[in-house]
Ligand binder design. Structure first.
Ligand SMILES: Nc1nc2c(ncn2[C@@H]2O[C@H](COP(=O)(O)OP(=O)(O)OP(=O)(O)O)[C@@H](O)[C@H]2O)c(=O)[nH]1
Length: 443
């Protein structure tokens, strides 16, 4: 159990500063409660399909390209033609649906040549990206602007406001602040114990020095996991499989990554593997179109492993450098759906034994400690190699990032601090920690 709930304070001479008890008002100022509404959106339940071990039907996908300039193919239009005539018909008609069902044929929604879009309107017509979203300023300033509303930042801001003394009360307040901010019991206990040890050894001259030491400890937790994604050209195509529970921001993150990779000049392709959520395919196609990136799709309810297989074949044939595959959101507790992820991975490995080169798990930063069990289950099912923590700008408390780093040590590749493409930032341990702590502590 956490010590702050039960620790008996050492007796101090009455009238001394350290013996002072705080009023309810002072405590409220020091530890404002987190804003309401941080709950995780209720995940969508869906029936668990029987675990299917057989590989998907995998004839080399006949890649059918819609004419440049054609509208993206709507999800329901992806029924796969089997005969050459039918394929031709698709090529000719572009977006018309072909009703003759047969072996899956990847339909590449080739985007219109992308025209530069003024930043102010760039998100207006992309599903999942509100038109009102405003990009955070670049650099540390942007991180601070976006994270200042987090429970972490507000607790420590309040703590500074009270001009604390170097004593046990300060440690108790830090402990409460860390727990409140979702850092978790284990990480909090370790952090506070280390501070207490150093305080008792008289290493700190004042409360400010102790808080600076806390900053260093927080950085020490995050530095090892602040490892950016490296895309090796030798891996061509570098397959990035995104996974996560429902609504965490997978599809949106793929859109943001697509823009990033495109801006870096990397030949890119997307695989619309979220075949469960009705709007997911169209959402990905909209991102693809906006960024001038081809999207492989078979439409709703198609076999996700089959989509991934087709996409990898098409990407290999076209000398694509990065293939990003979407998957449907799933609860980490649904065994059948978790097994489906393993199947997607095995099917990709039939083409490239090293694929996927990155299994990128997207975690909603507002989830709190539940994120730990999510990651545990996804890691067991599919071997997570990198994380994206999204929605840190919203009602996230911020602390779960430390808990994830301490327990798993899996690299955190990116952080989502807003809804615009440029709000997906390469994870920067120092910018993150300094955004959570009062500005006077930041280096
Ligand atoms: N504020 C904020 N919102 C985000 C961020 N990332 C994603 N979102 C929003 O989160 C919502 C869900 O995003 P999606 O990309 O549809 O989530 P998903 O994981 O693909 O959803 P499923 O397909 O249902 O599993 C959308 O409204 C996004 O705009 C972020 O970093 N900050």
């Amino acid at each position: 159990m956490v010590s702050f709930f039960r620790r008996k304070k050492p007796e101090t001479p009455s009238g001394s500063e350290s013996a002072r008890r705080y009023s309810a008002e002072e405590l409220a100022a020091a530890f404002p409660t987190a804003p309401a509404g941080g709950a995780v959106p209720a995940p969508v339940e869906r029936p668990i399909p029987p675990p299917a071990e057989a590989p998907p039907p995998a004839p080399a996908p006949d890649v059918v390209e819609a004419e440049p300039g054609a509208e993206p193919v709507p999800p329901e239009a992806h029924a796969a033609p089997s005969s050459p005539a039918a394929i031709d018909a698709v090529a000719e008609r572009g977006t018309e649906s072909v009703t003759e069902p047969a072996a899956p044929v990847a339909v590449v929604a080739e985007p219109r040549p992308s025209k530069p879009t003024p930043a102010a309107e760039s998100s207006a017509d992309i599903p999942g990206v509100p038109a009102t979203a405003v990009a955070a300023p670049a650099g540390k300033r942007g991180w601070r602007d976006r994270l200042r509303g987090s429970a972490f930042a507000r607790s420590f801001g309040g703590l500074f406001y009270t001009n604390p003394k170097l004593d046990e009360d300060l440690l108790d307040q830090i402990e409460t602040a860390l727990i409140t901010a979702d850092v978790g019991v284990a990480a909090t206990t370790e952090l506070v114990a280390a501070l207490r040890k150093r305080m008792n050894a008289r290493e700190f001259i004042d409360a400010h020095a102790l808080l600076l030491a806390l900053r260093e400890q927080l950085l020490a937790l995050l530095r090892p996991v602040a490892v950016p994604l490296r895309i090796e050209r030798a891996d061509k195509p570098f397959v990035l499989l995104t996974v996560g529970v429902n609504g965490v921001g997978k599809t949106t993150t793929i859109g943001k990554l697509a823009k990033r990779f495109k801006d870096e000049g990397r030949p890119l392709m997307l695989a619309a593997g979220d075949t469960f959520r009705a709007a997911a395919v169209a959402q990905l196609q909209a991102w693809g179109e906006r960024n001038g990136v081809a999207v492989i799709a078979q439409g709703q309810n198609a076999d996700a492993a089959s989509v991934a297989f087709d996409a990898l074949q098409a990407a290999t044939a076209r000398n694509i450098e990065v293939l990003i595959a979407d998957t449907a959101g799933r609860l980490h507790t649904q065994q059948g759906l978790m097994a489906e992820l393993g199947k997607i991975k095995r099917v990709l490995q039939k083409i490239d034994p090293d694929a996927p080169q990155e299994v990128l798990m997207v975690i909603d930063g507002t989830t709190g400690q539940n994120a730990l069990s999510q990651l545990r289950q996804f890691h067991a099912a599919v071997g997570v190699t990198g994380l994206v923590v999204t929605k840190l700008d919203g009602t996230a408390k911020g602390g779960v990032v430390f808990a994830l780093a301490r327990e798993f040590g899996i690299p955190i590749r990116f952080a989502g601090i807003g809804e615009r493409p440029e709000d997906l930032r390469v994870f920067d341990a120092e910018a993150f920690v300094d955004a959570l702590l009062p500005e006077t502590l930041g280096a």
